[in-house]
Design a binder for this molecule. Sequence first.
Ligand SMILES: [Zn+2]
Ligand SMILES: [Zn+2]
Length: 264
Amino acid sequence: MEYLYETHLHTNKASLCGRSDGVEHVRYYHSLGFTGIFISDHFFGGNCSVPRNLPWQERIRLYCRGFEEAREEGAKCGLDVFFAWEETFKGDDYLIYGLSPEWLCAHPEMEHWSYREQFEAVHAAGGCVVQAHPFRCRDYIRMITLTKDFVDAVEVANAGNRAIEDAAALRYADEFGLYKTCGSDNHLSYPGKYEEGLIYGMALPRRVSSAGDFARLILNREPVRLCVPEERFSLTGDASEIPLVSYWTDGGNGRIPTGRSWTE
Ligand SMILES: [Zn+2]
Ligand SMILES: [Zn+2]
């Protein structure tokens, strides 16, 4: 028996680019037979709708609205709804699993974390850090930052990516032995989206009891199945399809070019 989870999902409450609310997402994933979803709205470093000039607790309260409405609806229909967040550094994004809104309330210093500080603080609290779509190329992204020493896993398939970007991520994860996740990065749930191949799920061997339990599954590197279209990982096209230079981070502001292609 497998249990299907969505790990990357945005609502229109905290994410400026989000279009569905939590209720709409919950009803849709429930109709698809998922066991659970993680609401991972854009946090304060990213495309977040929460005003910056409010007190920290109030910002967190507003940030959690999409999650709260999803959780309420999930309780009604029987879909497990878990909290997560997606923080943005310099165009590179990190999904954090396993920690709670209350934990966020107690850590206003997180807004200024380096990669290393984020990794250490999240770990100390029992959570985990996953780099989202590491090879994504967009107008607003100037470079690819690879943070293998400061993450627990890499999202190797993201339905918002081009296939070549996922193929590069898979190669990176395999080469360095990084645990692999996938997610839809879904901003809008509508009937037929699954049939269009735009919903990616993680099939887990057991039903997770909490966000912390999911983090443990990743930290323990439990085997999972990534439910993504097969063609996601074909290295079609040439290296020019990843036009950005990639860098290793030292955990702070220092970076060194990797000096290599990830698609050849
Ligand atoms: Zn977004
Ligand atoms: Zn996202």
